[in-house]
Write a protein that binds this ligand. Structure first.
Ligand code: ADP
Ligand code: MG
Length: 323
């Protein structure tokens, strides 16, 4: 007998592993009522963000449901990381063409893996029939006044990133079966595919940056484009040194030009981009961050002394806006 909506929710989403992935003290009431109840810690502000994933736009046709679920949640949690927030709970609005149980089981497993990795509990959602669409709202908390914003970068600050760039763009090229310049070893292939399908939101780094970083955001649309947002929000110029951009060894299978293009314009890496007063660098201790440039008076994004024209990354509705 096909599973009805409620049977489906019960079996695939009302699982203990999903409901208790985060701090149990934060969830007063989870799945099963008309709405969930979250318990704010005293002195905290709520941090809320929503993302939707549409097939063919946010993820390729070639996907495994486990990876897709992992990626959908990690991408959403990354916005909490970028604010310096602690993840608490998320809701899932899932639209599915059919209730395929093998698909749902695999999707639920990936969601659970990601929820456990990021300590965030599933607290509710909605399940409907239609073209595949995944909407996730994440809820987190941050001590009042301590959230990291895009607007605080000041001339003289260092510009930093929280991890290697370009990996996810290389991973996507593998997913899409694009031709390789040279044979790729299995470990590198696995690494790059995981960086595309299973990004880790940098929540711990974001929380460590509280009180230190002057501005922060996560890189989802490519370094140059996202740096443009930070520069505008802060009213400053960001000067990036191309030679200082961090890349993983696996990326070095591609020609230098391709590597640089992916590091600058490839999206989906979900590492943090932030500005840091020079004096704060020592206080960050052992975090594996990389200084990629400097904040200066002025505007826009500069690469090796040259201004970057336009946004240089992925934008929805771009064609219609231009034409
Ligand atoms: P309502 O009709 O009151 O909006 P639903 O019948 O849609 O509630 O959902 C029943 C319960 O199951 C609610 O607590 C809702 O949050 C939860 N739920 C529905 N779909 C999902 C889902 N995909 N993931 C997690 N929880 C879900
Ligand atoms: Mg209701």
């Amino acid at each position: 007998m096909p599973l009805g909506e409620f049977g489906l929710i019960g079996r695939y989403f009302q699982r203990a592993v999903l409901q208790q992935a985060g701090d149990p003290a934060a969830v007063a009431l989870g799945i099963g009522d008309d709405a969930a109840l979250l318990e704010p810690a005293p002195g905290c502000q709520w941090v809320i963000s929503t993302d939707s994933l549409v097939q063919g736009v946010h993820f390729p046709e070639q996907y495994c449901p486990t990876d897709l679920a992992y990626r959908a949640l990690a991408v959403a949690v990354s916005d909490l990381a970028a604010m310096g927030a602690r993840p608490l709970g998320f809701t899932l609005a899932l639209t599915l063409p059919t209730a395929d149980e093998a698909w749902l089981g695999a999707f639920s497993d990936g969601l659970a893996q990601c929820a456990v990795d990021h300590r965030i509990s599933l607290i509710g959602g909605d399940t409907t029939r239609g073209p595949l669409n995944i909407g996730i709202s994440v809820h987190g908390e941050v001590a009042r006044g301590r959230a990291l914003r895009r607007s605080g970068a000041r001339p003289g600050d260092l510009l930093c990133v929280g991890g290697p760039l370009g990996d996810a763009a290389a991973g996507l090229a593998l997913v899409l079966d694009q031709p390789l310049p040279a044979p790729l070893d299995e470990a590198s292939r696995d690494y790059l595919l995981a960086r595309f399908w299973r990004p880790r939101a940098q929540c711990e780094l974001g929380q460590a940056l509280q009180g230190l970083a002057s501005a922060a955001m996560d890189i989802s649309d490519g370094l140059l484009q996202d740096a443009g947002h930070l520069a505008r929000a802060s009213g400053v110029a960001l000067h990036i040194q191309g030679a200082d951009l961090p890349s993983a060894p696996a990326l070095r299978h591609w020609p230098a030009r391709q590597q640089l293009d992916w590091m600058l314009r490839g999206g989906d890496d979900y590492v943090l981009l932030f500005s840091l007063p020079v004096a704060a660098l020592a206080q960050l201790g052992d975090w594996p961050i990389t200084v990629i440039g400097r904040v200066e008076a002025g505007q826009g994004v500069w690469l090796d002394g040259q201004p970057i024209a336009g946004d240089g990354g992925y934008q929805h509705f771009k064609e219609s806006a231009d034409g």
